[in-house]
Design a protein around this ligand. Structure first.
Ligand code: ADP
Ligand code: MG
Length: 326
Protein backbone atom coordinates (compact mmCIF):
# COMPACT_ATOMS: atom_id res chain seq x y z
CA UNK A 1 0.00 0.00 0.00
CA UNK A 2 2.84 2.41 0.62
CA UNK A 3 3.92 2.17 -2.99
CA UNK A 4 0.46 2.83 -4.35
CA UNK A 5 0.17 5.78 -2.02
CA UNK A 6 3.52 7.13 -3.09
CA UNK A 7 2.37 6.98 -6.68
CA UNK A 8 -0.65 9.06 -5.86
CA UNK A 9 1.62 11.33 -3.85
CA UNK A 10 3.64 11.99 -7.00
CA UNK A 11 0.66 13.80 -8.34
CA UNK A 12 -0.74 15.55 -5.32
CA UNK A 13 2.32 16.26 -3.20
CA UNK A 14 4.71 18.24 -5.29
CA UNK A 15 6.17 20.34 -2.50
CA UNK A 16 5.40 21.45 1.06
CA UNK A 17 2.94 24.06 -0.20
CA UNK A 18 0.81 21.33 -1.81
CA UNK A 19 0.58 19.57 1.55
CA UNK A 20 -0.52 22.81 3.19
CA UNK A 21 -3.16 23.32 0.52
CA UNK A 22 -4.66 19.83 0.92
CA UNK A 23 -4.68 20.07 4.71
CA UNK A 24 -6.25 23.53 4.75
CA UNK A 25 -8.96 22.39 2.36
CA UNK A 26 -9.71 19.48 4.65
CA UNK A 27 -9.93 21.77 7.68
CA UNK A 28 -12.30 24.11 5.89
CA UNK A 29 -14.36 21.16 4.61
CA UNK A 30 -14.68 20.13 8.25
CA UNK A 31 -16.23 23.50 9.04
CA UNK A 32 -13.25 24.94 10.92
CA UNK A 33 -13.16 28.69 11.44
CA UNK A 34 -9.93 28.79 13.41
CA UNK A 35 -6.83 27.41 11.81
CA UNK A 36 -3.23 27.51 12.97
CA UNK A 37 -0.36 26.61 10.72
CA UNK A 38 3.07 25.84 12.11
CA UNK A 39 5.90 25.45 9.65
CA UNK A 40 9.47 24.43 10.34
CA UNK A 41 12.26 24.91 7.83
CA UNK A 42 10.06 25.81 4.89
CA UNK A 43 7.97 22.71 5.56
CA UNK A 44 10.79 20.23 4.88
CA UNK A 45 11.03 19.51 8.56
CA UNK A 46 7.47 19.98 9.73
CA UNK A 47 4.01 21.13 8.69
CA UNK A 48 1.49 21.13 11.49
CA UNK A 49 -2.06 22.31 11.06
CA UNK A 50 -4.53 22.68 13.88
CA UNK A 51 -8.22 23.30 13.30
CA UNK A 52 -11.42 23.59 15.33
CA UNK A 53 -13.53 21.69 12.81
CA UNK A 54 -15.87 18.80 13.45
CA UNK A 55 -13.08 16.31 14.02
CA UNK A 56 -12.74 12.71 12.88
CA UNK A 57 -14.47 9.96 14.90
CA UNK A 58 -12.12 7.40 16.39
CA UNK A 59 -13.39 4.59 14.20
CA UNK A 60 -12.81 6.63 11.03
CA UNK A 61 -9.20 7.55 11.69
CA UNK A 62 -7.85 4.52 9.92
CA UNK A 63 -10.14 5.07 6.95
CA UNK A 64 -9.06 8.69 6.64
CA UNK A 65 -5.49 7.52 6.12
CA UNK A 66 -6.19 4.77 3.63
CA UNK A 67 -7.01 4.54 -0.03
CA UNK A 68 -7.60 1.74 -2.49
CA UNK A 69 -4.40 0.03 -3.34
CA UNK A 70 -3.55 -0.38 -6.99
CA UNK A 71 -2.30 -3.64 -8.45
CA UNK A 72 -1.07 -2.03 -11.63
CA UNK A 73 2.25 -0.84 -10.33
CA UNK A 74 4.78 -3.30 -9.06
CA UNK A 75 7.99 -1.47 -8.36
CA UNK A 76 9.22 1.80 -6.98
CA UNK A 77 10.87 2.64 -10.31
CA UNK A 78 7.45 2.83 -11.95
CA UNK A 79 6.64 5.59 -9.54
CA UNK A 80 8.61 8.22 -11.38
CA UNK A 81 6.87 7.40 -14.67
CA UNK A 82 3.27 7.55 -13.67
CA UNK A 83 1.81 10.96 -13.31
CA UNK A 84 -1.75 10.60 -14.41
CA UNK A 85 -3.51 8.99 -11.48
CA UNK A 86 -6.20 10.86 -9.70
CA UNK A 87 -6.00 11.57 -6.03
CA UNK A 88 -9.50 12.41 -4.91
CA UNK A 89 -9.94 11.02 -1.45
CA UNK A 90 -6.26 10.21 -1.43
CA UNK A 91 -4.57 13.29 -0.08
CA UNK A 92 -3.95 12.07 3.45
CA UNK A 93 -2.90 8.61 2.33
CA UNK A 94 -0.56 10.16 -0.22
CA UNK A 95 0.98 12.60 2.21
CA UNK A 96 1.43 9.94 4.88
CA UNK A 97 3.26 7.72 2.38
CA UNK A 98 5.97 10.32 1.88
CA UNK A 99 6.30 11.68 5.43
CA UNK A 100 5.86 10.81 9.09
CA UNK A 101 2.24 11.74 9.60
CA UNK A 102 0.38 11.96 12.88
CA UNK A 103 -3.30 12.74 13.06
CA UNK A 104 -4.90 13.81 16.33
CA UNK A 105 -8.58 14.50 16.52
CA UNK A 106 -11.62 14.81 18.70
CA UNK A 107 -15.27 15.12 17.75
CA UNK A 108 -17.88 17.07 19.73
CA UNK A 109 -19.39 13.93 21.26
CA UNK A 110 -16.17 12.18 22.27
CA UNK A 111 -14.72 12.77 25.74
CA UNK A 112 -11.29 11.84 24.54
CA UNK A 113 -9.09 12.66 21.62
CA UNK A 114 -7.34 9.96 19.60
CA UNK A 115 -4.11 9.95 17.74
CA UNK A 116 -3.28 7.84 14.71
CA UNK A 117 0.13 7.31 13.14
CA UNK A 118 1.00 5.47 10.04
CA UNK A 119 4.19 3.47 9.91
CA UNK A 120 6.39 1.35 7.74
CA UNK A 121 6.00 -0.07 4.26
CA UNK A 122 2.69 -1.67 5.17
CA UNK A 123 1.36 1.65 6.44
CA UNK A 124 0.09 0.02 9.62
CA UNK A 125 -2.06 2.49 11.49
CA UNK A 126 -1.77 2.60 15.27
CA UNK A 127 -4.34 4.47 17.35
CA UNK A 128 -3.85 5.71 20.92
CA UNK A 129 -5.53 8.17 23.29
CA UNK A 130 -4.33 11.76 23.22
CA UNK A 131 -5.16 15.26 24.46
CA UNK A 132 -6.81 17.65 21.98
CA UNK A 133 -9.76 20.04 21.98
CA UNK A 134 -12.54 19.48 19.45
CA UNK A 135 -11.00 19.55 16.01
CA UNK A 136 -8.01 18.08 14.30
CA UNK A 137 -4.26 18.48 14.21
CA UNK A 138 -2.28 16.95 11.42
CA UNK A 139 1.44 16.83 11.86
CA UNK A 140 3.54 16.09 8.80
CA UNK A 141 7.22 15.64 9.64
CA UNK A 142 10.21 14.93 7.39
CA UNK A 143 8.45 15.33 4.07
CA UNK A 144 9.95 13.17 1.30
CA UNK A 145 12.34 11.44 3.74
CA UNK A 146 11.76 8.21 1.83
CA UNK A 147 11.55 9.60 -1.72
CA UNK A 148 14.98 11.07 -2.50
CA UNK A 149 14.04 11.84 -6.11
CA UNK A 150 11.35 14.19 -4.95
CA UNK A 151 13.40 15.64 -2.14
CA UNK A 152 15.98 16.72 -4.71
CA UNK A 153 13.45 19.09 -6.24
CA UNK A 154 12.87 21.00 -3.04
CA UNK A 155 14.15 24.56 -3.17
CA UNK A 156 15.57 26.60 -0.32
CA UNK A 157 13.70 26.99 2.93
CA UNK A 158 12.87 30.56 1.96
CA UNK A 159 11.45 29.64 -1.44
CA UNK A 160 9.36 26.76 -0.13
CA UNK A 161 8.01 29.01 2.60
CA UNK A 162 7.05 31.65 0.03
CA UNK A 163 5.05 29.00 -1.84
CA UNK A 164 3.32 28.12 1.41
CA UNK A 165 2.50 31.78 2.03
CA UNK A 166 1.00 32.03 -1.45
CA UNK A 167 -1.26 29.05 -0.78
CA UNK A 168 -2.38 30.52 2.53
CA UNK A 169 -3.06 33.95 1.04
CA UNK A 170 -5.18 32.42 -1.69
CA UNK A 171 -7.21 30.36 0.75
CA UNK A 172 -7.51 33.20 3.28
CA UNK A 173 -8.89 35.43 0.54
CA UNK A 174 -11.74 33.02 -0.06
CA UNK A 175 -12.57 32.27 3.59
CA UNK A 176 -13.04 35.56 5.44
CA UNK A 177 -15.17 33.69 8.02
CA UNK A 178 -12.12 31.82 9.26
CA UNK A 179 -9.07 33.05 11.13
CA UNK A 180 -5.61 31.94 10.10
CA UNK A 181 -2.43 32.09 12.08
CA UNK A 182 0.88 31.26 10.46
CA UNK A 183 4.17 30.58 12.22
CA UNK A 184 7.53 29.82 10.71
CA UNK A 185 10.24 28.33 12.93
CA UNK A 186 8.23 29.32 15.98
CA UNK A 187 7.82 32.96 14.93
CA UNK A 188 4.43 34.48 14.15
CA UNK A 189 4.46 35.52 10.50
CA UNK A 190 0.83 36.22 9.58
CA UNK A 191 -2.46 36.59 11.36
CA UNK A 192 -5.76 36.99 9.55
CA UNK A 193 -8.67 37.73 11.84
CA UNK A 194 -12.07 36.23 11.08
CA UNK A 195 -14.99 38.41 10.09
CA UNK A 196 -18.29 36.93 11.27
CA UNK A 197 -20.18 38.45 8.36
CA UNK A 198 -17.60 37.22 5.91
CA UNK A 199 -16.85 40.70 4.60
CA UNK A 200 -14.27 40.50 1.84
CA UNK A 201 -12.74 43.97 1.87
CA UNK A 202 -11.15 43.74 5.34
CA UNK A 203 -9.74 40.32 4.53
CA UNK A 204 -8.33 41.52 1.23
CA UNK A 205 -6.78 44.44 3.09
CA UNK A 206 -5.10 42.20 5.63
CA UNK A 207 -3.80 39.81 2.98
CA UNK A 208 -2.76 42.27 0.27
CA UNK A 209 -2.46 45.51 2.21
CA UNK A 210 -4.83 48.37 2.93
CA UNK A 211 -3.22 50.31 0.10
CA UNK A 212 -4.36 47.78 -2.47
CA UNK A 213 -7.97 48.03 -1.32
CA UNK A 214 -7.86 51.83 -1.06
CA UNK A 215 -6.51 52.19 -4.58
CA UNK A 216 -8.53 49.45 -6.24
CA UNK A 217 -11.84 49.87 -8.05
CA UNK A 218 -14.48 47.67 -6.52
CA UNK A 219 -17.26 46.36 -8.72
CA UNK A 220 -20.18 44.12 -7.92
CA UNK A 221 -22.10 43.12 -11.00
CA UNK A 222 -24.23 40.29 -12.26
CA UNK A 223 -25.51 39.02 -15.53
CA UNK A 224 -27.43 35.91 -16.54
CA UNK A 225 -26.91 34.27 -13.16
CA UNK A 226 -23.20 35.04 -12.98
CA UNK A 227 -22.19 37.29 -10.14
CA UNK A 228 -18.83 39.04 -9.96
CA UNK A 229 -17.30 40.86 -7.03
CA UNK A 230 -13.94 42.32 -8.00
CA UNK A 231 -11.21 44.60 -6.75
CA UNK A 232 -9.22 45.88 -9.68
CA UNK A 233 -5.83 47.41 -9.06
CA UNK A 234 -5.15 50.78 -10.60
CA UNK A 235 -1.97 51.75 -12.37
CA UNK A 236 0.05 52.89 -9.40
CA UNK A 237 -0.61 49.61 -7.62
CA UNK A 238 0.27 47.69 -10.74
CA UNK A 239 3.80 48.98 -10.77
CA UNK A 240 4.50 48.24 -7.16
CA UNK A 241 3.13 44.73 -6.89
CA UNK A 242 4.24 41.88 -9.03
CA UNK A 243 2.23 38.91 -7.93
CA UNK A 244 -1.25 39.91 -7.09
CA UNK A 245 -3.68 38.10 -9.34
CA UNK A 246 -6.35 36.13 -7.58
CA UNK A 247 -9.50 34.64 -8.97
CA UNK A 248 -12.09 32.49 -7.25
CA UNK A 249 -14.95 30.52 -8.70
CA UNK A 250 -17.62 29.57 -6.21
CA UNK A 251 -15.15 30.08 -3.40
CA UNK A 252 -12.29 28.07 -4.86
CA UNK A 253 -9.01 29.61 -5.86
CA UNK A 254 -8.35 29.25 -9.57
CA UNK A 255 -5.65 30.18 -11.99
CA UNK A 256 -8.01 29.75 -14.84
CA UNK A 257 -6.88 30.74 -18.33
CA UNK A 258 -10.26 32.01 -19.46
CA UNK A 259 -10.65 34.33 -16.47
CA UNK A 260 -7.06 35.55 -16.70
CA UNK A 261 -7.45 36.18 -20.39
CA UNK A 262 -10.67 38.13 -19.99
CA UNK A 263 -9.15 40.37 -17.34
CA UNK A 264 -5.91 40.95 -19.19
CA UNK A 265 -7.79 41.79 -22.34
CA UNK A 266 -9.83 44.37 -20.47
CA UNK A 267 -6.76 45.99 -18.89
CA UNK A 268 -4.94 46.01 -22.20
CA UNK A 269 -7.80 47.58 -24.06
CA UNK A 270 -8.04 50.40 -21.53
CA UNK A 271 -4.45 50.93 -20.42
CA UNK A 272 -2.30 49.22 -23.01
CA UNK A 273 -0.09 46.22 -22.34
CA UNK A 274 0.75 45.72 -18.68
CA UNK A 275 3.13 43.20 -17.24
CA UNK A 276 1.09 42.39 -14.17
CA UNK A 277 -2.34 43.80 -13.68
CA UNK A 278 -3.34 43.19 -10.07
CA UNK A 279 -6.82 42.06 -9.12
CA UNK A 280 -8.95 39.93 -6.86
CA UNK A 281 -12.01 38.53 -8.57
CA UNK A 282 -14.78 36.41 -7.08
CA UNK A 283 -17.20 34.74 -9.47
CA UNK A 284 -20.31 33.04 -8.25
CA UNK A 285 -22.47 30.98 -10.56
CA UNK A 286 -24.70 27.95 -10.58
CA UNK A 287 -22.42 24.98 -9.75
CA UNK A 288 -24.10 23.08 -12.58
CA UNK A 289 -22.66 25.58 -15.05
CA UNK A 290 -19.08 24.95 -14.07
CA UNK A 291 -16.87 21.89 -13.72
CA UNK A 292 -14.16 22.41 -11.11
CA UNK A 293 -12.58 19.00 -11.51
CA UNK A 294 -10.93 19.44 -14.88
CA UNK A 295 -7.39 19.82 -13.63
CA UNK A 296 -6.22 17.38 -10.97
CA UNK A 297 -4.77 20.16 -8.83
CA UNK A 298 -8.07 21.96 -9.33
CA UNK A 299 -6.61 25.22 -10.59
CA UNK A 300 -8.68 25.19 -13.75
CA UNK A 301 -12.37 25.07 -14.41
CA UNK A 302 -14.56 24.46 -17.40
CA UNK A 303 -17.53 26.73 -17.91
CA UNK A 304 -20.61 25.50 -19.72
CA UNK A 305 -20.78 28.85 -21.44
CA UNK A 306 -17.18 29.91 -21.62
CA UNK A 307 -17.74 32.65 -24.16
CA UNK A 308 -20.49 34.25 -22.12
CA UNK A 309 -18.43 34.18 -18.91
CA UNK A 310 -15.38 35.55 -20.71
CA UNK A 311 -17.24 38.41 -22.33
CA UNK A 312 -19.11 39.28 -19.15
CA UNK A 313 -15.86 39.53 -17.19
CA UNK A 314 -14.08 41.42 -19.91
CA UNK A 315 -16.85 43.94 -20.43
CA UNK A 316 -17.43 44.55 -16.71
CA UNK A 317 -13.73 45.09 -16.05
CA UNK A 318 -13.45 47.33 -19.10
CA UNK A 319 -16.36 49.51 -17.99
CA UNK A 320 -14.92 49.85 -14.50
CA UNK A 321 -11.46 50.77 -15.73
CA UNK A 322 -12.87 53.28 -18.21
CA UNK A 323 -14.83 54.90 -15.43
CA UNK A 324 -11.72 55.54 -13.34
CA UNK A 325 -9.40 56.50 -16.16
CA UNK A 326 -11.67 59.33 -17.23
P1 ADP B 1 -10.81 13.98 0.70
O1 ADP B 1 -10.61 15.34 1.29
O2 ADP B 1 -10.73 14.02 -0.80
O3 ADP B 1 -12.01 13.26 1.21
P2 ADP B 1 -8.42 13.37 2.18
O4 ADP B 1 -7.41 12.29 2.04
O5 ADP B 1 -7.93 14.77 2.04
O6 ADP B 1 -9.55 13.08 1.13
O7 ADP B 1 -9.12 13.22 3.58
C1 ADP B 1 -9.70 11.98 3.92
C2 ADP B 1 -10.83 12.13 4.90
O8 ADP B 1 -10.33 12.44 6.19
C3 ADP B 1 -11.80 13.25 4.58
O9 ADP B 1 -12.80 12.81 3.70
C4 ADP B 1 -12.36 13.58 5.95
O10 ADP B 1 -13.39 12.70 6.28
C5 ADP B 1 -11.20 13.29 6.89
N1 ADP B 1 -10.46 14.50 7.26
C6 ADP B 1 -9.25 14.88 6.80
N2 ADP B 1 -8.83 16.01 7.39
C7 ADP B 1 -9.80 16.37 8.25
C8 ADP B 1 -9.97 17.48 9.17
N3 ADP B 1 -9.04 18.44 9.30
N4 ADP B 1 -11.12 17.50 9.92
C9 ADP B 1 -12.05 16.54 9.78
N5 ADP B 1 -11.95 15.49 8.95
C10 ADP B 1 -10.84 15.40 8.17
MG1 MG C 1 -8.90 16.48 1.08
Amino acid sequence: PQLANQIAAGEVVERPASVVKELLENSLDAGADRIEIDIEKGGHKRIRIFDNGKGIPKDELQLALSRHATSKIATLDDLEHILSLGFRGEALASISSVSRLTLTSRTANQNEAWQACCEGREMAVTVQPAAHPQGTTIDVADLFYNTPARRKFLRTEKTEFQHIEEVIKRIALSYPHASFLLKHNGKLVKRFIADKQGALAPRIASVLGQKFVDNAVHINVDYEGIQMDAWLGNESVLRSSNDCQFSFVNGRGMRDKLIMHAIRQAYESVWGVLEQPSFVVYLTLDPRDVDVNVHPAKHEVRFQQGRLVHDFICKSVCDALHAISQ
